[in-house]
Design a protein around this ligand. Structure first.
Ligand SMILES: Nc1ncnc2c1ncn2[C@@H]1O[C@H](COP(=O)(O)OP(=O)(O)O)[C@@H](O)[C@H]1O
Ligand SMILES: [Mg+2]
Length: 314
């Protein structure tokens, strides 16, 4: 039994228009993806803006209606259960969003923000609740006085810590983190990522870590899914993806990781521009005649690549 399984998931959004506001077309935001997550591991979901990453996270957790497909959690089909905000599944699976600020109610003290999930899911006495809130603040490294403050009194990194504390309040098993550090300064990014790793170890959490940047997830993830136009073009272990990338799109994401080393910057820029030309010439080969990204083909026990046929994978 796998910890979590996503089977042939699709989310299609209708586009309405015309005089009768009828459906004139569809956005295939997610068009048939499969995932298998093991407990305690970190998974990356990476691709450029608009490829369907957030929709995937929201569909798994039940914030987005799914068109078809199934979601299994600890061996149970939770596709229907996801929709109920008070279900067992919602206690076990939490999501953190990129915008640490707008996900915190500005009119509420931190105490009340953290109390909300506790009241929804755990049956605690007021005394136990206060203890739990202090514990949560301690876990995320914020002083106890923080509970009397309001979100605007904290920095971006601290706000993301509060979001993490809130996600941890229900003792979840899986956290879906949608670009949790993208809005933060580089120095703070590393702090929050390290802190997320520590928390993971402590509680045996599983992470689904969403990012548009393969550089950010490199040190976090055991296994990575590369998403392109609502489909996966490649997935594999950290080693498969960083040391033996096969799909042109994966190679492009790797080429676009920003480097902090100033030496050779001009050369790298040139190499990127040349690669971009190759990319433009060949990316059409990623699609079938209907413009749909090809299915994944296994090339090892862990490594899968989208291609028209096995002989297309070089
Ligand atoms: N509610 C919606 N209605 C119609 N299209 C949507 C909606 N939400 C997202 N989309 C479209 O679905 C695609 C995937 O979006 P999203 O999952 O937010 O991408 P990402 O998180 O990778 O940037 C995009 O083309 C986006 O415009
Ligand atoms: Mg997104």
């Amino acid at each position: 039994m796998s910890f979590m399984q996503v089977v042939d998931l699709k989310v299609h959004y209708p586009i309405r228009g015309g005089f009768f506001n009828s459906i004139i077309d569809w956005v295939y935001a997610i068009d048939g993806i499969d995932m298998e997550l093991e407990k305690g591991k970190t998974y990356g979901l990476v691709g450029e803006s608009g490829c369907g990453k957030s929709t995937t996270g929201k569909a798994i957790i039940g914030l987005e209606k799914i068109t078809s497909g199934k979601i299994f959690f600890e061996g149970e089909d939770v596709t229907k259960e996801r929709k109920s905000r008070t279900s067992h599944f919602h206690r076990e699976v939490q999501m953190i969003f990129q915008d640490s600020h707008s996900s915190l109610n500005p009119r509420k003290q931190i105490r009340d923000i953290l109390a909300e999930p506790i009241r929804n899911f755990l049956n605690l006495t007021p005394h136990e609740e206060r203890k739990k809130i202090d514990e949560l603040l301690e876990i995320v490294g914020l002083p106890s006085e923080s509970k009397e403050k309001y979100p605007h009194e904290f920095s971006g990194g601290q706000k993301q810590r509060i979001n993490i504390a809130r996600a941890l309040a229900t003792n979840p098993k899986l956290i879906i983190a949608d670009e949790p550090v993208s809005a933060l300064d580089l120095s703070v990014q590393a702090q929050v990522l390290n802190f997320m790793k520590d928390v993971q170890k402590k509680f045996g959490l599983t992470y689904l870590f969403i990012s548009h940047d393969l550089g950010v997830v490199k040190h976090m993830c055991d296994y990575i899914y590369i998403m392109y136009k609502g489909r996966f073009v490649e997935c594999g272990t950290k080693k498969d993806i960083y040391e033996n990338p096969k799909h042109l799109y994966t190679k492009r994401l790797l080429a676009s990781i920003p480097s902090l080393i100033p030496v050779g910057r001009e050369k790298r820029k040139q190499a990127r521009q040349e690669f971009e030309k190759v990319y433009e010439q060949h990316i059409h080969k990623a699609f079938d005649e209907n413009g749909r990204v090809f299915d994944l083909i296994p090339i090892s026990n862990t490594h899968y690549v989208s291609a028209a046929s096995a002989k297309e994978v070089v």
